[in-house]
Design a protein around this ligand. Structure first.
Ligand code: EPZ
Length: 427
């Protein structure tokens, strides 16, 4: 098992370049299956979710080559559109191949996505939309079987602005007959990046980033494409919070400050000084952070749910009382129990969606365990600010979304190392 060993108390100081976004790269890798010419993806993060997705591409018949942060994909041969269960079960984003395979091969077989720590993570909206486009879908023995003798454009109104469902329907619609209109579509920057990629391979898409996306399907998509993935706004936000919690002063490079606005706004309210210039954002922390009366997570452009755990950690040492409400996931609270082991004063309401936080003067180092990606990130942040030494177990969860976070934080002055221990992962 790998774990982080952290001694708290160091201020984070210096500069850090932010890499490509996991949540943009993953749907773009699924979209690469639709391109029958060569795809070159730059700024692709080297994280385990990406490596697992590349393994899916290889297993279905694509040729891939991943050097540094540049990934080459060739998908010009006939593909076997069945996603290997042992890989798909590791990450929910493999469900995005459903739309791409139906569009490319007219069929898709994948394991029914298990729930995860964040809750049921249903895919009913994905399935409802694909059926509206002419897919036949049924579940048998824990697998989902999809087939179509040709997708047809449809008008689909999502009951919730689901990121994954929006992406899946975009991937299906770009090769469907006729026009597809997705209403109440997700508006995240990663949706726009996927749309930009699909346009480069010849798709006809309008409206990405708004609530209504209009797609006119094409018979085939085949253009040599070079696409640079946008920066990871959640990784950037995580490092801003790390600096804020340690009284630090950092400058992040290669970002788009506009995409960081909800997070930057909250950090300003907590007493941080922030300034952005071109592709850089600079933060100087106060002596002690101020509490925030209330943060509510929302779909974009609201406060991102993927930053909720990190802010709960920051508010746990802020001066005063704060309230955080999680409206996107029904069970994104595994960090609360672990933060309490470090002395955090956090009460969770019965519905597990509202966190009532009384800021402590400091946290104490402890041995804690990550239960999911952003929980792990939050525990690392808390350990950086805590008195004494902490161990954050189950580093594998963090490595799903952060490429070498220990190296990045070490370069900013943190006392952190990643170590292997003979102990099995804590479930
Ligand atoms: C994407 O997940 C991201 N993952 C998540 O990031 C992110 O938290 C989430 O969007 C919200 O922004 C990737 O992009 C790979 P949703 P996704 O569909 O697509 C319910 C991280 O930490 N729902 O917007 O799964 C669902 O149960 C990860 O980087 C249905 O009920 O998110 C959840 O409660 C975590 N039925 C809510 O909607 C459906 O068919 C949000 O789901 C689909 C979703």
């Amino acid at each position: 098992m790998f774990q982080y060993r952290i001694r708290g108390g160091n201020r984070l100081l210096g500069e850090l370049k932010i890499g490509g976004a996991k949540n943009a790269a993953l749907p773009i890798l699924a979209a690469a299956c639709l391109n029958e010419s060569e795809t070159i993806i730059e700024n692709c993060p080297r994280i385990s979710d990406i490596l697992d997705t590349i393994e899916i591409l290889n297993r279905v018949g694509c040729e891939t080559e991943f050097e540094g942060n540049t990934l080459k994909v060739r998908a010009d041969r006939k593909l076997n559109c069945e996603i290997p269960a042992e890989i798909a079960e590791k990450m929910r984003s493999s469900v995005l191949f459903m739309g791409a395979f139906l569009a490319r091969c007219g069929r898709a077989i994948l394991p029914a996505p298990g729930g995860c720590n964040l809750g049921a993570r249903a895919i009913d909206l994905h399935i409802k939309g694909l059926i509206a486009m002419g897919a036949k879908i049924h579940e048998e023995n824990g697998k989902i079987f999809c087939e179509t003798d040709g997708l047809t454009g449809a008008k689909i109104k999502l009951s919730f602005a689901s990121v994954g469902a929006t992406e899946n329907l975009m991937l299906a619609a770009v090769r469907a007959r006729g026009e597809t209109i997705i209403e109440n579509a997700a508006r995240e920057p990663e949706i726009i990046d996927l749309s930009d990629f699909l346009k480069k391979i010849g798709a006809d898409i309008r409206g990405a980033g708004t609530g209504t996306i209009v797609i006119r399907g094409k018979k085939s998509l085949s253009k040599p494409v070079l696409h640079k993935v946008i920066f990871d706004r959640i990784v950037a936000g995580t490092h801003l919070v790390a600096a804020a919690m340690t009284g630090g002063e950092i400058c992040l490079k290669n970002v788009r400050p506009f995409d960081l606005m909800p997070v930057a706004g909250c950090l300003k309210e907590m007493g941080c000084f922030l300034r952005s210039e071109g592709g850089d954002i600079y933060l100087r922390a106060p002596e002690r952070l101020r509490a925030l009366p209330r943060i509510v997570t929302r779909v974009h452009p609201g406060f991102p749910t993927d930053m909720q755990a990190q802010f709960v950690a920051a508010l746990a040492i802020a001066e005063g009382k704060s309230e955080v409400v999680e409206t996107v996931f029904e069970n994104r609270c595994s960090h609360v129990g672990e933060l309490r082991k470090m002395g955090a004063n956090i009460r969770l309401t019965a519905d597990k969606r509202t966190f009532l936080i009384s800021g402590a003067a400091s946290l104490r180092g402890a041995t804690v365990a990550a239960h999911d990606l952003r929980c792990g990130a939050a525990l690392i942040l808390a350990a950086l600010a805590a008195d004494g030494e902490s161990i954050v177990q189950n580093a594998r969860f963090v490595e799903r979304g952060y490429s070498g976070i220990e190296n990045d934080l070490y370069s900013l002055g943190a006392d952190i190392s990643l170590e292997n221990t003979p102990v099995r992962d804590i479930i």
